[in-house]
Write a new protein. Structure first.
Length: 333
């Protein structure tokens, strides 16, 4: 029998088939990068873990990272590099002041930030959001308020998410934003509290996933006994994925040639996490690099990607580890 499907029905069904096919094919998550310093003019005036004056910049590596430029999935804070992707992520702090969090879309900082990126041709994908109370209260934000849990004051209230989503929908209706909804990823401080305390569940039901920052400095050092020891991180990541939510391993800043550095330490830490059981290839498990020049990390070269010790060389290695097919030698999109 010769069946014919009406054209309108094909138009309606095709996106469903396409999405299902993508879900079947997906065998890994995304790789993202926060390129810092971008240019001397933009970033050499910063001072985070020491002055950034004179540090290597991404702008100086123009044309020297074709593999990373082609295969990077997400970028933060800079559309002027060689990166093919225009899909961006960014961090946003909620709860620093009432003015910043005004729920009027025309006045809200989060809405303005999204609109700013969209006006430049970017597609906003992941917003890493938290209440950055612990740092902010000591950095001049006298009106900053913590979240509901003393175990991790970065966590938002469930009502925060409800308010933010309603505001984003309204902003879309007012034609301020391209979309009525965006992925809100709860950035956490403690690596496993959220996965072990049932009080967090209402928040988890409202966010799109978890982002955990793994540094190679301060209380995160050393790996085996530090704040983010593998077993705790793995517990949080697996619980998040079991909830069918996205998990972002936000890695950096990383060390360079200081007193405790050994060659390829940044890769070794990731390998130890993977060997201990942190999911490596999962469609909702993402690896974003936040390799800004902190402390002895300021000496690490940015590129080129052919230098395995550089930031871009490390990014190339991570893309190959997460996205490359062993059979074909090609990166999956």
């Amino acid at each position: 029998m010769n069946w014919k499907i009406p054209g309108l029905l094909v138009t309606l069904l095709l996106p469903l088939f396409h999405t299902a096919a993508e879900e079947r094919i997906a065998s890994h998550g995304l790789v993202g990068l926060r390129p810092l310093p971008r240019t001397a003019a933009l970033d050499h005036g910063h001072n985070h873990g020491g002055s950034w004056a004179g540090t290597p910049t991404f702008a100086e590596q123009k044309g020297k990272y074709p593999f990373v430029a082609e295969n990077l999935d997400r970028v933060m804070g800079w559309l002027d590099g060689d990166f093919r992707t225009k899909r961006v992520f960014f961090e946003h702090y909620w709860g620093l002041s009432e003015n910043r969090d005004d729920l009027n879309p025309a006045k809200n900082l989060l809405v303005r930030t999204i609109r700013s990126w969209e006006s430049r041709g970017a597609e906003v994908d992941h917003i890493l959001i938290c209440r950055e109370y612990d740092l902010a209260i000591n950095r001049g934000h006298k009106d900053a308020k913590p979240g509901p849990f003393k175990e991790d004051t970065r966590i938002l209230y469930a009502k925060d998410f409800d308010d933010i989503r309603a505001m984003l929908t309204k902003a879309h209706e007012q034609r301020i934003l391209k979309h009525p909804n965006y992925k809100l990823i709860q950035m956490v401080q403690e690596p496993s509290f959220f996965a072990t305390d049932s009080r967090f569940q209402p928040v988890m039901d409202r966010c799109d996933g978890i982002a955990y920052e793994c540094h190679q400095f301060n209380r995160h050092w050393p790996l085996e006994t530090g704040w983010g020891k593998p077993e705790k991180v793995i517990k949080g990541a697996r619980w998040t994925l079991a909830q069918n939510k996205e998990y972002i391993f936000y890695y950096g800043p990383i060390r360079w040639k200081g007193k405790v550095y050994y060659e390829f330490m940044e890769r070794d830490w990731l390998n130890k996490f993977w060997q201990a059981g942190l999911p490596k290839h999962h469609p909702k498990m993402h690896y974003f690099l936040n390799t800004f020049p902190h402390a002895d990390g300021r000496g690490r070269p940015v590129g080129p990607e052919t230098d395995p010790h550089s930031v871009l060389g490390f990014t190339k290695w991570l893309i190959e580890e997460i996205k490359m097919s062993p059979q074909s030698g090609k990166a999956h999109k």
